[in-house]
Every structure is written in structure tokens, then in C-alpha cells.
Design a protein around this ligand. Sequence first.
Ligand SMILES: Cc1cc2nc3c(=O)[nH]c(=O)nc-3n(C[C@H](O)[C@H](O)[C@H](O)COP(=O)(O)OP(=O)(O)OC[C@H]3O[C@@H](n4cnc5c(N)ncnc54)[C@H](O)[C@@H]3O)c2cc1C
Length: 656
Amino acid sequence: MAGTIAWAVPVTPTLRRSGRRTTSDAGRWLGLRPAFGRGRRAAPAPRMSGDQLPPPVAVVGAGWAGFTAADELAVTAGTAADAAAGIDVLLVDAAAAPGGLAASWKANDPPTAGVATTTTTTSAPPPVRAAGAPPPRRTVEAGIHGYWRCYTNALALIRDRLRIADGDLFTPYTPSVLHTWAPGEPPGTPSTTVTAPVFGALPRAPTPVATAVGAAFDATKLPPADRASAVGLAAAWADFGTGASAAGAATAADSGWARWDKTSARALCGRAGVSERLYAHFLLPLLLVLPMAPGERLSASAALSCFAYFALGRQGDFDVRWLRGASGALLFGPWRSRLAGLGVATRFGDRGRVVRVAPSAGGGGGGALTVTLTDGPRGAGGAPAPTRTVDADAIVFAVGISGMQALVRSSPWLAADAQFRGFANLSAVSVVAVRLWLSAPVSLPGGPAHVCGGGAVPGLADVGWTLYDLTRLQDEYAAEAPGTVLEADFYHAAPLLPLPDGPLVDLVLAAVAAVAGTPALPPSAVTAVAITRLPAAVSHFAPGAMDALPHGVAAAGLGGVYLAGDWVDRAGHPSWSQEKACVTGLAAAAAVVDGGALGLSAAAVAAAAPRRTPVMPVPPPEPHVAAAAAVARAVRGVGAGWRGVLGGVLPLPLEF
Ligand SMILES: Cc1cc2nc3c(=O)[nH]c(=O)nc-3n(C[C@H](O)[C@H](O)[C@H](O)COP(=O)(O)OP(=O)(O)OC[C@H]3O[C@@H](n4cnc5c(N)ncnc54)[C@H](O)[C@@H]3O)c2cc1C
């Protein structure tokens, strides 16, 4: 019989590590289990060995990391005939819409009440609407998300588990246009542009030749000498290493990430001889929209990892495509249904926010945990929400940096652990996402996706932003023509958070005009707007952050506690992205099954192994890139005394 997660209502027996459940115990539990026993087979065949019942796991946070972990746990620990016969899995999220930072929802729905989303407003109704008709259910997303070619794990999961055909989910790869304005350029100055074609479609050449030749640079603002100043970065890039060996593994102190962690990306550019113009017109906007911080506030490791992973390992790495509709409808809705079919219980919104985690009475240290979560909305006048508790033998925190910091503050047991207390030294980047419905046609030259940075739009210095023509990207908006639906996402955007909606919309209209090269549309052209403010939402890799990041998915000092998410370090994979979240979700699920907290027999662990989805390493770089990394390794490998000498005389930004 399947194990269950026990709700701590007064008569519920509590799972103790010293007295693991028996079949008869579980029978009593089934009767008490409130929300998520439905749809189970009455008496599924036991999958685990002996009379030991499989224990429960709580996955907290239902973004990419949490969904992946819950799915993998259900698949590996279940049976082919009835996955629910395995480990009981509960997936919870404080937001009403599944998907975390990649979620979508309807603006007209009740507020999503997520920890990430603070405000969603829809202002004016559309101009043409039959009298008495309800306002249209407008889709909102917490920012538009791209899927790069190198997301092998996430893409395989979508294909093999969710069985969604590529063409039903994604647009074709699109070109991207980079727009920049150097500091001091007055408002109205036309942007300096670099157009990145779909590099994978170009004739093959050793990378980054195709990037250098195929990208259309503005020759007056970025003359060849400035472009050539990027060469210095190549040595640092080789020294950092590429692929799984260095950018991702980061298990040893000698990893590329560790060596470059305490240097800022700005200092790296200085040491590498990158010209001010190349930094302002090319590197800065990429840093602002990918790792989402300017060079001074970003570790050189994060910048190098970003370039190694997204651009420089293989031709075509920079190519990106987009969901052709809302993530909720296309991805997380079907995924949630799949999880239900696998027997995973879910709780979202007011009934899904975990407020505290503690060892169960008589447990602790070994894994039996009590998880307290909300069980309804806040009371009148802001009174605390009602709560209930659930016992679990293991917990996977897939809550992001800010979510984890809040849980440490509210959970003395977590706060007693030095690593978890140290998470307070990390920070997260704020993002604002604005979706505009415009009555007028707007033409963004060069394609539907634009990446922008620089100060010519007042209020946007040090802010990176992307602008998407959703009428061209998403099927549901094609019918809005001749009107236009645009999405402007602002990164490193804390100063924009307090702006009221009106001035924020004015700012977006100015940004649109700067990209389109036209006068700003009047606010009356805006028929509706949805604004999502995401304070401290995205993982920030500041110089020196590495020590405070989780060292892998298993919490060293707390039995039964695991971590997943795009900020988990030393997880065998670079980047901070949906792919990284997916990879760490897979790794956390494997660690839960293998770890001792569940008390599984060796036979049970062995039985789960063939069903496991192995994490695919980052695709290897092209041979000449790997050779350059090997040379850099060899240079570093010379004796300690020589290293200091070499570091002083070589005109290369090697980090000894
Ligand atoms: C505007 C924007 C654009 C982006 N663009 C891209 C892109 O183009 N490509 C890309 O790959 N990545 C992109 N990213 C990054 C990507 O969204 C993240 O890397 C990824 O979604 C992180 O997933 P996660 O599961 O680690 O965490 P999250 O998605 O942050 O999920 C954490 C979840 O935990 C929940 N939670 C927190 N605390 C609690 C609690 N106490 N109880 C219950 N639940 C809790 C939250 O509600 C949230 O749903 C972008 C991000 C933003 C904001």
C-alpha cells in the first residue's frame, strides 16, 4: 500500500523514524488524509522491499526545479504500473499559478498571491467590446522566457515526459537585436545596434568565427578595433574552462568558478583590455539581461560562465526560441495534470505557502520533519493565515534565494545551521515585467526580440531590458493586429519597483520609441496594461558569492533536507536558468532516493536506479575550444613559484 503524507490533525499518528509505518498504520492514515488521496488505487502493490512503507517527501516551490524534482521522484520511486505506489510526493507553492518565475496566469483572475508577484493590474478595458461582455481574460507572464539550444535536459524532459511536440510549444529560433546607448548620450539618440542572426543556420566555422562574422555590428559606433579588444577575454575564457569540466562541475577549489569568483566582471574586462566602447555597447547590456547585473556587481565567474555557456562553446549556442503561447497553458498546466496522474499531491496559493520547517517531536537530525503551511487566506485586517502541518521524511527546497532566506528566518531549526544562516549573504535581482496592449501598429525593426541597455532613456541607466513583439511571437496575440501587444521586461530594476503604474507605462512607451526609432506613442494608445513587480526575484551572482551558495543539492548539516534551483552551486552544470533549475531538480530527486533520510533498503534504492533520468552534461565545446582550455590548464599546472612569475609577466588575464 502506498505511503502517505500525514496531516497533523489531532488524531493523526505521526511518522517517527524509530517506528516506520506498517501497512495497518497506513490504512488509518488513508482515512485521515484530506486532499490528496483521491484517484489512488485502493491497494497498489508494494514496490519497496519488506513491509516497509515508502515515506513521504515534500517539495516546496513549484517552478522548474520543484516540478522536475516532484516528477522525477514520482517516476523513479514509483512503479511503471502505478507510480503512486512509491514515495508519496507533495508539491506546494505559495503562488496560485504553477511555474515560479516562468509562470503565467490570467490578469482578470483573483490575485496570484505568489511570493514573487506583487502587483498585477489591468487598467483600461479594450476599446471595442460588445456591451455587457466580460473583459477578456488577458494572459500575463512573469517575464518572457527563452529556451536556448543547449538546454538539453529541460528540452528532453519536455519531449520525453510531457510528450509535447517541439512545434506545438516553441517558435522557430529568432534573430535578436541588441540596442545600446553609451553613458551620456542624450535622449533621442538612435541606438547602436548589433543584430545576432540565427547562428546555427550559418555555414559552419570554428566558434566564435561565425559570431564575429555573422553578427551585424554598427561599424561607426563599434569599429573593428573595439571589437578586436574582446580578444583579451578569450584567454580568461580559456582559463575559466568550458563545458562540464570547469564551468559546471565546480567541485574543487581549483575550478574556474572558484578562481574567478572574487573578481568583478568589470575588473576582468579592464584586465583583458576590453575597450570602454565595447563594454558599453556590447557586454554591458548582455550582462544586464543574462546574469542581470552590471559588471561591477557581478562576479567574473558569472560573466565567463554566461559567455561560455550561451555563446562561445559551440556555434549556435546563442540561438534562442520562445514559447508560442502562455507557459501555463502550454507547459505547466499539462505538467500539473501529469503529476496528478503520477499520484503527486499539489497545493497552491493560500494553501501552499510553507511558513516553517522543524524536526518532528522525537525526530530531527535524522530526517522526520514537520512542515507548517498555510491553509487558507489571511484573516480580516491582515490576521495570520490558518496553518496546518504535514510530516515528511525529506524536504526539497526549490524556493529560490529570497524564499529560502524567509524560511530560514522563520525556522529556528534551519537558522541553527551555519550554511543556511549564510544564505543571508546572498542577494537577488529585482525585475519588472510590463505587458502593453496598444491600439496602434508598432514596428520593431529586425525581429520580434530586442535586448537593450544604456542610459538614453531617462530612468533606465543601469537597467537592462528586453522588448518583445508578442503579436509576432505568440499565437493568441496574432489576432490583435492591427493593434500590437508588447512585453517589456526590466532587469536589475529595483529603482523601478516603487514607480506608480502611470509613470511606468510612460517609461515603457519611451523605451519602445527608442527601439523603434519613432516618437513615443501617447498613453491613449494603450488599451490595457498588466504590470508584474518582482522584488528580489532572480539569483544574483555577486563577486564573492560562491562561498554562500549551496554546495550541491544535499544540505550537509541537516538530515533529509535538499535544495534545488538555479542558484544551487557545484551541481555539475553552469548557468542560472530554467535548464539549471531542471538539472538541480533531477539531482535533488536522486539524492533524496539515495540519501539515508528515507531509510530505504539497498534493494529499494537499486530498484529505483534504472528509472532515473541521468543529468546530461553540457554539450562538449568544439575541439579547438577544448584545446585552448587544455593549454590554459597546462599553464596553470606549472610549479607554484612559476605561477606568480607568469602571472606578473604574461599580458593575459589569467587568474592564478
Ligand atoms: C523576467 C525574467 C526573464 C527570464 N528569462 C529567462 C530566459 O529567457 N531563459 C531562462 O532559462 N531563464 C530565464 N529567467 C530565469 C528563470 O526564470 C529561472 O532561472 C528559473 O525559472 C528558476 O526556477 P526555480 O525553480 O529555481 O525557481 P523559481 O521559479 O523562482 O520558483 C520558486 C518557487 O518557490 C515558491 N516559494 C518561495 N517560497 C515559498 C514558500 N515559503 N512556500 C511555498 N512556495 C514558496 C515561489 O512562489 C516560486 O514559485 C528569467 C527570469 C525572469 C524573472
